[in-house]
Design a protein around this ligand. Structure first.
Ligand code: FO1
Length: 304
């Protein structure tokens, strides 16, 4: 079975770990809207969490970065008067240096990501949704700011009035992404923040079309439990784009692109509303708080 997973940050990583335990090969199409330049380096947090997770080296407790990393370079940058709000670890910096150097040689982000996977012995394919610049900007009462400025520098505190995917008008899908979706038997929407992880992927030219025409069963694992996002700033952002914070509102955002939604038993009351979007609902326990639950949810996504 050919499986493609659309993935963002921490919640997605948990499902990817579960999927890896269930099947050997699959393709991850990663969000790039949270990519940004920091200390002269091109940082791609969602690509990196997917790669580190599949390499078995991610910091599972934090949900980002590498297990056992240290922060000596960052501390020294602080002594030099540089900003240190984004905690890039010493080993993590090696990835950023590698990526930035390859970019400076003219290589594309997708090809560099493949090199990273090969060198870290990741058997699965990780593809950025696009090689082009596509950045998620959050409109706030302080003005528009990059997602990392909003979430990490400003602790997600500013009032959110809207969300923009800058560059989405011209971003083209990475050259392997459309074929992967078209030829898949199953496309899984990971339980990620819909606004900052999944919608930027869907904003890339050709992705929605491929999802509409693929013969694959398209399954979304809801990022919501008990009418609230499992983690992160999704609630604030869903409200800002005029959506609710329940599973059926998320299903509405994926309308026409998803056949089945795996939702939590706590949200069983939303089944009817989800099915009104033309999406079949399957309820289960979807909280992933250990390896066994990650495997169980991955199995659900594979059979739903
Ligand atoms: N998130 C934080 O909340 N604080 C950090 O200092 C931080 C550092 C960091 C370093 C590398 C990396 O790949 C991710 C990092 N993240 C950090 C996570 C990241 O900001 C976001 O959660 C994702 O971009 C959203 O998917």
């Amino acid at each position: 079975m050919k499986v493609v997973a659309l993935a963002g940050g921490t919640g997605s990583a948990k499902l990817l770990r579960g999927l890896q335990a269930e099947i050997d090969e699959f393709t991850v199409v990663s969000n790039v809207g949270d990519n940004f330049w920091n200390h002269g380096l091109y940082v791609c947090p969602d690509i990196d969490i997917a790669v580190y997770t599949l390499a078995g080296t991610s910091d599972v407790a934090k949900g980002w970065g590498l297990r056992g990393d240290t922060f000596n370079v960052l501390a020294q940058l602080g002594k030099l008067g540089e900003e240190t709000w984004f905690n890039l670890g010493d080993m993590d910096l090696a990835t950023q240096i590698f990526r930035t150097e390859q970019l400076s040689k003219g290589r594309r982000l997708g090809d560099i990501t493949t090199m990273l996977c090969d060198r870290l012995r990741v058997r699965q394919k990780v593809l950025p949704c696009t090689d082009d610049r596509l950045e998620t900007y959050i409109d706030t009462h302080l003005g528009p700011m990059h997602l990392q400025d909003f979430w990490v520098k400003n602790h997600g505190e500013p009032e959110v009035t809207g969300v923009e995917y800058r560059g989405s008008e011209t971003a083209r899908a990475e050259y392997r992404v459309i074929t992967a979706i078209e030829e898949a038997d199953r496309v899984i929407f990971c339980p990620a923040n819909p606004v900052t992880s999944i919608l930027p992927i869907l904003a890339v030219d050709g992705v929605k079309r491929a999802l509409s025409s693929t013969k694959a069963r398209r399954v979304a694992v809801s990022p919501i439990i008990g009418d609230a996002p499992v983690s992160g700033p999704a609630g604030k952002m869903l409200k800002a784009i005029g959506a609710g914070t329940d599973s059926s509102s998320v299903a509405g955002l994926y309308r026409g692109l998803v056949d089945v939604m795996v939702l939590d038993a706590a949200d069983e009351t939303r089944r009817r509303d989800i099915e009104r979007h033309g999406i079949r609902a399957v309820s289960s326990s979807i909280l992933m708080n250990d390896f066994e639950s990650e495997r169980r949810v991955a199995r659900q996504a594979l059979v739903a």
